[in-house]
Design a protein around this ligand. Structure first.
Ligand code: GCV
Length: 809
């Protein structure tokens, strides 16, 4: 059965063929049963045509295609007949026709209602839509050797061993995914170490990638190293104002266009985190951007120059030093100096993709320059796809934020659309970092890629609407499933914020390493400037104009006034803008320190609740997906406890202020490994100490006669049924095995086989909960001996933190 009858393209372009292919194969999609229910009437002798507006006018003169469809815009109409249905998918250009085909596939699911007939109104109300902004790109941080920086699901789909891969079928599939949500550009290589991508061989390979993307309307872009004239071209200099350097770039760009005629342009990271830049010659970012822009302009290419330029050797002891100021300080004075085809690519916040930070003031600081917002689809600081975090609500908060430039309404989304300051070029970039094992590494993380594309197309869509669209198309259109998954998605970002950083401190993770688990001091006392400046008395960065770094003064006056004042700053950003005592009262009436305790306990409970919500979907969705996500959410709930305990015990120790509700520092039912009767296990101090309960853990050191290490405790509580959680460190470099036993009998065994980012305690701490064979708990009585036995493997030393006995409900 096919849903759209006979489907034909009116033109011969590969992009239109892709559209036809999608419409023809639509029945194979997971949600197609629901589509069939809605679209069945179309089945009778129907014809669907796909083409540009001009092609439709020529082939079907009676069809009322509107005049003036913009590039990428689509119009979808049908003739209203059930017997001889003609459906028209017309595009302002071929891309528009392709985006229209995907919109038609979404159509029955987007607003699915009962009865479905309500939707069958394409004749009376055709669908017409165009993208809000021209630049809708994903950036990949793939390296020539096949690794993907900040990618969490396998190796590059583009590169391996210094070359473009022979098999580019994953690139085709990825381009198809991108096209389905209107993404029109893909930068394929890391902004760091980009020089190898300009060699003649590599350009030939890049041309093959562009060929794979082209049928899906996705244009190839690359990151370039500003020192390439020297590194690749062998010139003595890469000074952007040197005539030889200018000539080198012009020739290199010509070479690229000879092989990739629709090449989209280049992205530049310069003078940042060790990357070379124009500062080496006393030149400005505008000098560097313009030399590239001039080379690209004759071909229609653009330069995305990243505003992520800052000094990562700041002096922590200088209370005026502030990384957050850097982008505005550097780029605002250059407004008006950039060539027309330069777009400044600005991360959403002034620091670096943090779970909570304000919107960058630079969006209001460039009136004569194109601007693009950089979002991060890969969850670098937000749980690395091992935690469920739906990012659309975070992105919406930034896109909708009204910066009040010139004392008028100037939401950020309208600035990057180019509307506010009348800029023809602007857009949004999503750092995606997909890998070839399964794109983003977690099925529900794909909602973020979807949301990115949908918001790039229309930033006025709500996060809720996007969540619902995605769930219906990907999981099920069953209203109960949609309601549950959407609730989980919408709650996931606030939940993550609750158990990680707080009140604008940023993510409080290991900022010089994995960016994953807790590590509170990692942000302090170094040059990276992600400081939160905590001590026994207070916490927060004073960024006010009156007494601090002056950062708040970079915002337009109305917003600056809000952030300047401690009382007007929203609680969620208080510590980003102000240093306050721990006893400072928030708007809610709570003290800062009590908020730390409460939010972390609430956050860990909310994380567990995500798992409970998912459990209600058992039997209602694909069983493999159900089980996969169930295991992920169980892990997340355990890691949320690691985060909670790390932060709570750290700040309780530092402040000496107790938790008004008595939770912090008291763990009923917890039995520490270091207090157990140990055989083979040795106690060690953990660094940082807050990453282990009580600062200590045990790791297995076998002698030659032993195969396993054991830890034993005698149970002294009440008799009853209990869940027993085992908190251990799942170290990389081996798959160790654990067994939990009671009175000498094994109750349950499991493998420590999670893929986690590093062997740091906070990154590898994992929880396994034994709930008994019937899930109703395990019977315990006083005097029972609980035993954890660990069989190490390779570098995985079955390290153990504690067990926790919780009453089964
Ligand atoms: C590609 C963060 C990441 C880096 C990344 C950098 C950037 O600092 O941790 O891996 O480098 O941002 O955006 O350039």
């Amino acid at each position: 059965m096919d849903l759209f009858g006979k489907v034909i393209a009116l033109g011969s372009s590969p992009i239109e063929q892709s559209a036809v292919q999608e419409l023809q194969s639509s029945i194979a999609r997971p949600a197609s049963v629901d589509s069939a229910r809605v679209l069945a009437p179309w089945h009778k002798d129907s014809l669907t045509v796909v083409g540009t507006a001009e092609e439709v006018r020529k082939a079907h003169p009676a069809v009322p295609v509107p005049a003036g469809l913009a590039p990428s815009e689509y119009w979808i109409w049908d003739n209203g007949s059930d017997e001889h249905r003609l459906t028209v998918v017309a595009g302002g250009d071929e891309r528009g026709a392709l985006y229209g085909a995907f919109a038609l596939l979404r159509y029955p699911l987007e607003g699915m209602t009962d009865p479905p007939e309500k939707l069958l109104g394409l004749h009376a109300s055709p669908l017409r839509s165009k993208p809000a902004m021209p630049i809708r790109w994903v950036d990949e941080w793939d390296n020539a050797d096949g690794t993907v920086t900040r990618g969490y699901d396998g190796r590059s789909i583009f590169f391996e061993g210094g070359k473009v891969r022979d098999d580019l079928s994953a690139v085709t599939e990825y381009s198809r995914l991108l096209a389905s949500v209107g993404i029109n550009g893909c930068n394929v290589n890391n902004v760091n170490d980009a020089a190898p991508f300009l060699t003649p061989d590599m350009i030939k390979g890049l041309a093959r990638i562009a060929d794979a993307m082209r049928p899906w309307g996705v244009r190839l872009a690359i990151s370039v190293d500003i020192a390439s004239p020297q590194k690749v071209g062998g010139l003595k200099t890469f000074d952007p104002l040197d005539p030889d350097v200018k000539a080198w770039w012009a020739a290199k760009v010509n070479e690229i266009y000879q092989q990739i005629p629709d090449f989209a342009g280049v992205t530049v990271k310069a003078d940042s985190e060790g990357q070379p830049g124009p500062a080496s010659y006393g030149r400005s970012p505008a000098d560097a951007a313009n030399v590239l822009a001039n080379a690209l302009a004759p071909h229609g290419g653009v330069v995305l120059y990243r505003a992520f330029v800052y000094n990562n050797h700041l002096d922590y002891n200088d209370l005026n030093a502030d990384r957050a100021r850097a982008a505005y300080d550097i780029f605002h004075p250059l407004d008006g100096k950039f060539a027309p085809n330069v777009i400044i690519q600005i991360k959403y916040g002034p620091i670096d993709f943090q779970a909570e930070e304000p919107v960058s003031p630079l969006f209001a600081g460039l009136h004569k320059t194109g601007e693009a917002m950089e979002l991060e689809i890969t969850q670098e600081y937000l749980g690395q796809q091992r935690h469920l975090v739906f990012l659309a609500p975070l992105w919406k908060e930034k896109l909708d934020f009204d910066l009040r430039a010139e004392n008028r309404a100037t939401p950020v989304k309208e600035i990057i659309e180019g509307k506010t300051f009348n800029r023809p070029l602007g857009g949004v970039i999503g750092v995606s970092c997909v890998g070839r094992d399964g794109w983003l590494g977690a099925p529900l993380a794909m909602a973020n890629l979807y949301a990115f594309g949908r918001l790039a197309w229309n930033p006025n869509l709500s996060a809720e609407q996007i969540a619902a669209e995605w769930t219906k198309q990907t999981i099920s259109a069953n209203p109960e499933v949609v309601a549950t998954v959407d609730k989980m998605l919408m709650q996931s970002w606030p939940t993550y914020v609750h158990y990680t950083g707080f009140l604008g401190t940023q993510t409080l993770t290991d900022i010089t390493g994995s960016h994953y688990g807790p590590n509170i001091e990692a942000s302090e006392r170094n040059g990276w400037g992600q400081w939160h400046r905590d001590d026994a008395k207070g916490i927060g960065m004073d960024r006010s104009v009156a007494t601090g770094t002056g950062f708040s003064g970079q915002y337009p006056p109305e917003v600056a006034r809000m952030y300047e004042s401690q009382t007007n700053t929203p609680d969620s950003l208080l510590l980003f803008f102000h240093h306050v005592p721990w006893t400072w009262k928030l708007h809610s009436g709570k003290t800062v320190i009590q908020y730390v305790y409460d939010s972390h306990y609430e956050g860990a409970d909310e994380a567990a609740q995500l798992g409970n919500e998912w459990a209600t979907l058992k039997g209602k969705i694909d069983s493999q997906l159900y089980e996969d996500e169930r295991a992920r959410l169980e892990y997340q709930a355990g890691h949320a406890i690691v985060w909670r305990d790390a932060i709570v015990q750290y700040f309780r120790k530092e402040t000496g202020i107790p938790d008004a509700h008595g939770r912090a520092g008291h763990y009923p039912g917890r039995l520490e490994a270091e207090d157990a009767r140990l055989s083979g296990y040795k106690v060690s101090d953990i660094t940082p100490w807050e990453n282990a309960s009580g600062g200590k853990a045990v790791a297995c050191e076998l002698n030659s006669a032993q195969k396993t290490c054991t830890a034993e405790w005698t149970y002294t509580g009440h008799a009853g049924r209990f869940n027993i959680a085992v908190q251990y460190f799942d170290l990389p470099g081996g798959v160790a095995h654990f067994t939990l036993g009671i009175n000498g009998t094994g109750v349950v065994s499991w493998a420590a086989d999670a893929r986690l980012p590093s062997d740091h305690a906070g990154d590898s701490s994992t929880r396994f909960t034994a709930r008994g064979p019937d899930g109703r708990g395990i019977e315990l009585k006083p005097g029972d001996v609980l035993r954890v036995e660990g069989a190490p493997d390779g570098k995985d030393l079955v390290a153990l933190d504690y067990i926790e006995i919780e009453r089964a409900e």
